[in-house]
Write a new protein. Structure first.
Length: 95
């Protein structure tokens, strides 16, 4: 996180069969963007993205989440989980 970013909201979302996921919404007022982090509750983020005001899909979700809409928080958690599930991961090392 950059020093100029402020944590605006955070929610722990149950998304079975996953363990609870943490969704954090940050804002950088000077640069005019938002950042969403998703990861296991208590751990580092799996997925992160920055969003400008022109990105209507993500900004609509962020605005709804900030209005305390549970479905928006769930969609943000699903987005982060699904983004991670589709990213290539290195093969595990075999000793």
């Amino acid at each position: 996180m950059a020093e100029q970013e402020s944590l605006i909201a955070e929610r722990v979302v149950d998304l079975p069969p996953e363990k609870p996921l943490s969704v954090k919404i940050w804002q950088h007022v000077a640069e005019g963007f938002w950042r969403v982090d998703v990861g296991r509750h208590g751990g580092p983020p799996w997925s992160t993205t920055t969003v400008g005001d022109g990105d209507s899909f993500m900004m609509n979700l962020i605005s709804a989440a900030l209005s305390d809409e549970a479905l928006a928080w769930r969609h943000l958690a699903q987005w982060g989980r699904d983004l991670t599930a589709h990213s290539p991961r290195p093969a595990p090392l075999i000793p």
